[in-house]
Design a protein around this ligand. Structure first.
Ligand SMILES: Cc1ncc(COP(=O)(O)O)c(C=O)c1O
Length: 422
């Protein structure tokens, strides 16, 4: 379920007319719904069990307002950089609810995490294990860790977001995991608590997740038999959201209930602390990208609609060939036309939709690119020297600008002239 809907023929976000946001903030702009974020968090938590830890994956959407909304519900954070740890802390997520994942954590980042006292580092290689142990030992600490397993089972909506296959860079191999676990158990700077995995994103194939979870469980049981009982298992994120659906579109709870049931089956009889790292399923349908039609470019065989949002604002279509529904802000019952919806950037990949049936559009019309709450603004850039897109959070008929549009002073101010040219 999401909270974007038509009222009197105009698309609203939780009761706020999107025209009002466009007037005040301009376009393009991301609009997030607090109610959807809250609902998805609660449904997820309920599906995996109230005792489980839910570490929201900050990479999906690291906006301060979004993080604060989830922090208030008791969410933890799955982070992959010092910046994400700092952002989570700034949003009020305590260090005791932060995990740190990623294949390339630098020594400085690990030191920052240890000093902050985070809940867990998800270690992905032997080299990282050695560096982390030394860093923590030098500070008189023992950092709680889990070892991220590469279960040799990948899944996901696109090859670029599949992470659990043997060919993917993530985690330690099945063959090495046992030796590294035993090694970690004997290191002075770390306290090994268990295993983690994350096999990919935009997953609907729960059989693949289940098979990976079973591999992780089998390894935990093998280690326990050797006198190394685990106390934690981290199941990563990855649950998919529907992008290609007609109106009214909804992220039903069925899929999460099926996921939760599968998790309960796989973990039956295990008395451990469970962690989950959902990103997309929390934030995906909680956001849209509001954009304005600039021009129509008629060709013999097609019509381009040029909007003011571009691939630098929402990279998913260009990067993953991703589909996003596009809804006109003003509902129309008139005839539909097929359009190619494109942005202003100088690349043909700057295309949001091809041959998409939409009501007749004209310059200045507003359209909403739906399901843009995850991996949207968080992947945005200033490519083509475009200003970073602003973000707005809506709550109960009110809205707040949670990231103002970048200014040209800020854009130009980040560069420095080399001394010999100054
Ligand atoms: C380690 C880790 N955990 C969690 C996630 C979140 O995945 P999703 O947004 O598919 O739930 C990711 C995403 O890439 C990840 O790399």
């Amino acid at each position: 379920m999401h909270h974007f809907d038509y009222k009197n023929g105009v698309l609203h976000a939780e009761g706020v007319d999107l025209n009002a946001i466009a007037r005040e903030v301009g376009t393009p702009v991301y609009v997030y719904s607090s109610a959807t974020l809250e609902r998805h968090y609660r449904v997820f938590k309920e599906a995996v069990g109230e005792k489980s830890h839910v570490f929201y994956a900050v990479k999906a959407n690291g906006n301060l307002g979004v993080l604060m909304t989830l922090a208030k519900l008791g969410a933890g954070a799955d982070t992959v950089s010092e910046g994400e740890i700092r952002k989570a802390l700034a949003a009020g997520i305590p260090a005791s609810r932060i995990v740190f994942s990623g294949v390339g954590k630098s020594a400085d980042e690990l030191a920052f995490a240890v000093e902050a006292g985070i809940y867990q580092v998800n270690v992905e290689s032997e080299g990282e294990l050695e560096v982390l142990s030394k860093i923590a030992e030098a500070r008189g600490k023992r950092q709680a860790i889990v070892l991220r397993l590469n279960p040799e089972i990948g899944a996901g909506g696109h090859a670029k977001i599949t992470t659990g296959g043997a060919a993917n860079k993530f985690g330690v191999s099945l063959g090495e995991a046992e030796r590294l676990y035993i090694r970690a158990a004997n290191m002075p700077g770390v306290a090994i608590k268990g295993l983690a995995l994350h096999i990919g994103s935009q997953i609907f194939d729960f059989a693949a997740l289940e098979a990976a979870f079973r591999r992780m469980r089998a390894l935990i049981e093998k280690l326990a038999a050797q006198g190394l009982p685990a106390s934690r298992l981290d199941f990563g994120g990855g649950v998919g959201v529907p992008y290609e659906i007609g109106y009214p579109f909804d992220y039903g709870t069925d899929s999460l209930q099926t996921y939760g049931k599968m998790v309960r089956e796989v973990t039956q009889g295990l008395d451990l602390e469970f962690g989950f790292e959902p990103g997309r399923v929390i934030a995906g349908n909680a956001g849209l990208l509001l954009t304005k039609v600039l021009y129509l470019n008629e060709r013999a065989d097609k019509t381009f609609v040029v909007v003011d949002a571009a691939m630098n604002d929402l990279l998913r279509p260009a990067m993953y060939e991703a589909h996003h529904e596009i809804w006109p802000v003003r509902q129309s019952t008139g005839t539909k036309r097929a359009y190619d919806v494109v942005g202003p950037i100088c690349e043909s990949s700057d295309t949001f939709a091809t041959a998409r049936e939409l009501p007749e559009l004209k310059p200045d019309d507003l359209v909403a690119i739906m399901t843009a709450g995850a991996y949207g603004a968080s992947m945005s850039s200033t490519y083509n020297q475009r200003l970073l897109v602003p973000e707005v959070l809506v709550k109960d008929g009110e809205f707040a600008i949670t990231r103002p549009r970048q200014t040209f002073e800020e854009l130009l101010g980040t560069d420095r002239a080399p001394g010999w040219l100054a």
